[in-house]
Design a protein around this ligand. Sequence first.
Ligand code: 4AD
Ligand code: MG
Length: 459
Amino acid sequence: MKHIDLAKIKTDAALIGQSVTVCGWVRTSRDSKNVAFAEINDGSELEHIQVVFDKADFSDGELAPLLSLGAAVKVTGTVEKGLKAESVEIRAQRAELLGGCDSTYPLQKKRHTMEYLRTIPHLRVRTNTFNAVFRVRSELSYAVHKYFHKKGYYYVHSPIITGSDCEGAGESFKVTTIGYDKKFNSEDEYYKNDFFGRSAGLTVSGQLEGEVMATALGKIYTFGPTFRAENSNTPRHVAEFWQIEPEVAFADIDDIIAIATDMIKSLIAHLLDNCMKELEFFDARFEKGLIDKLRHVVDSDFARVEYTDAIEILKKSGKTFVYPVDWDEGLQTEHERYLTDEYFKKPVFVVNYPRKIKSFYMKQNADGKTVAATDLLVPGIGEIIGCSEREADYDKLLSEIKSRGMKLSDYDNYLDLRKFGTVPHSGFGLGLERMLMYVTGMSNIRDVIEFPRAKDDLK
Ligand code: 4AD
Ligand code: MG
């Protein structure tokens, strides 16, 4: 089955005039009097390669299935210069049908809606759009590892099954091996009989274990799936998403903001260097000006605003919001969008949120009302990063856990980190899919993850 990637055939001038074998799926085809054309793609790059069939060399019966949309073919032929500048095509000498495809194939020529494509997750990746999305997703993931490796971070693996709800939002999926059974008289009895002898769930964040690792290894990051049973059916939420979570010992909130900024810029710079064809595709079809936007992000400073000042900006905006602007209530999506899209018009860190609306582990500021937490909001999307300095003081953390009515025994180990050699430390979580939406211009999060899982939606 020795074949050569399309990407190589297109870029290796030494192959011109040579006989090569390529495999791929037929993406378009055209039949004329003496020749037939098929554009095929093997996934190694966005643009297809044209195969020219000389009808004198192939019988009609042989050719027809090789030209049908979606068919998988193997072609051996000579690489020739194509009509378009720098393009190459293949003049077929031999061709073999690997897998035929009939007219019931759902991806016929016309452009399909994203909603329709979501109903066929097993086939949508064969479209140009999803081919490009998942190539960028792969490249972005690589860039994450490259960035942290270069900066001396260790990649650590936090568990998927956990006993504590890091964000305390009650959104964790249960992990259990026993179903409902009336024989248990109480919740406690039920959990005692369950697999772990206690309640367990899928992790909502790798942070708590990340902190364990950072308070020994110094600088770490996790990069894995996280799960939230969020009931919200929005274009920005899924139940399973990937998070990049660095945790840094001896770093305060300003240090971590600088790290987050540097990382975002570096990831985007990597995509501009390595995914230009895909970015041009998205710029033309999904977000006009995308490439200029990304270049601007790399070249300019991010904004920074105190949460309290952001509330004032919103109050003075003269806008009527569905949700009233209220210091105690936090920012709704519409508020975030006003700040990013209309006021700052660039990524902005909103810093020092009210303690009551944020998670238990965040460093309490001297004012007693706020915590050293920040969200990075970006135009078009809203929050892509949740970030904070962690509370390093044992007593303060303990009283916060108690006052929130959390189960103390779930946080024994976490508290130990403050008992034994505690240090200031900070970290953040970047949602991979939110970042992908930002860099591709795709407006629904379900279109940047291979198999989206959301309320009432699992295919
Ligand atoms: O702001 P969050 O909840 O922060 C944490 O989980 C912290 N423990 C992170 C840390 O400090 N290590 O979530 C972080 C990011 C959000 O900014 C968002 O990008 C993404 O995770 N996110 C989601 N993405 C898709 N679907 C959801 N349901 C998401 N919930 C959060
Ligand atoms: Mg958040």
